[in-house]
Design a binder for this molecule. Structure first.
Ligand SMILES: Nc1ncnc2c1ncn2[C@@H]1O[C@H](COP(=O)(O)OP(=O)(O)OP(=O)(O)O)[C@@H](O)[C@H]1O
Ligand SMILES: [Mg+2]
Length: 307
């Protein structure tokens, strides 16, 4: 199956919703989009574009604004796990969140994914403020837009691999035949086409994690969030799962944010966000380390990435 051009994919994804920004005075500092749209007459040449002219760009995929999270420990004692986090994750980004144990990484990811609500501040998804949404609406939003992978897999033990992967499709009321087809395709994508009918107890840790990755990907989410998704995997399986994330980001434009303690994983992303004591301490671009040449997933991906 041929894979769509990444640029077209990203433009398609970003086209739905846009942030409008008032252009800053000073045409010479304006970006290319603004220069291209500036009228070529004498006044604009002298004064730059009028203040009313606007540039548009897609809303960030995820945005946290002044997010705080308190956990109540006793009646009089609260612990502030996040202390005012501002973060924008643009469409198509591939970022890692790193930091010491207890610094607030999982708390932040649970809030960004809307699994938990902040004590104060806002979370926006594709530019939409989620704070006023009911729990049911948030669940729908997650089901539509976000795939989440946890370190502990969170698989349902009495269900087969196929049935586990079908769970988000049942929630989205996908018809049974289509559900089976999509779940099988997602499991094949992660190299588990031969384990469709096995229950988690019959699978290795790496295989269970790949089932959870298939479950996160089965609805082709625009955003993929992972809380140490490779934390329980051996280095080879970890690299294979990472190959899959890299490829989905590059070829499908899936916005990806991964919490990791593993510097090799962080090194393969394009941005590393350092959290300490509930605040972003550093946020820096990264040049990704060369992709691995793991044959299995790369081959299955190029053959089978869902369109
Ligand atoms: N439900 C809770 N009740 C009380 N305190 C909590 C709760 N969840 C987290 N905390 C505290 O908030 C802080 C941040 O926790 P969090 O799980 O976000 O850390 P983390 O950076 O993900 O750590 P790790 O790398 O160990 O997973 C910790 O001090 C933790 O003890
Ligand atoms: Mg954590």
């Amino acid at each position: 199956m041929s894979v769509a051009s990444p640029r077209r994919e990203r433009e398609g994804r970003g086209a739905g919703r846009e942030t409008k920004e008032r252009s800053a005075p000073g045409a010479s500092r304006a970006g290319p989009a603004l220069r291209a749209s500036a009228p070529q007459n004498t006044a604009s040449a002298l004064w730059g574009p009028r203040l009313t002219e606007r540039v548009t760009r897609p809303a960030p995929a995820l945005e946290a604004r002044r997010v705080r999270k308190e956990y109540r420990l006793t009646r009089t004692n609260v612990y502030e796990a996040l202390r005012g986090v501002d973060l924008r994750i643009e469409q198509g980004e591939f970022a890692a969140i790193v930091g010491p144990s207890g610094s607030g990484k999982s708390t932040l990811m649970n809030i960004l994914s809307t699994l938990d609500r902040p004590t104060a501040g806002e979370v926006l998804i594709d530019g939409d403020d989620t704070s006023e949404l009911s729990d049911a609406s948030l669940a729908q939003l997650r089901n539509r837009k976000i795939g989440i992978v946890f370190q502990q897999y969170n698989l349902i033990q009495r269900m087969t691999a196929m049935e586990n992967v079908e769970v988000p499709l049942i929630a989205a009321r996908v018809a049974p035949d289509e559900r089976h087809r999509m779940a099988k395709e997602a499991l094949e994508l992660v190299g588990l086409g031969h384990r469709l009918r096995n229950r988690p107890i019959e699978l290795s840790g790496g295989e269970q994690q790949r089932v959870s990755v298939a479950r996160a990907l089965v609805k082709k989410p625009a955003i993929l969030l992972g809380d140490e998704p490779t934390g329980n995997l051996d280095s080879k399986t970890s690299e294979s799962v990472m190959d899959l994330f890299v490829q989905l980001n590059r070829e499908r434009g899936v916005t990806t944010v991964l919490i990791t303690h593993d510097s090799d994983i962080a090194a393969r992303t394009r941005r590393v966000i350092h959290i300490r004591d509930g605040l972003i301490e550093r946020d820096e671009p990264n040049t990704p380390a060369a992709p691995s040449t793991s044959p299995s997933l790369s081959r299955s991906l190029s053959d089978q990435v869902p369109s």
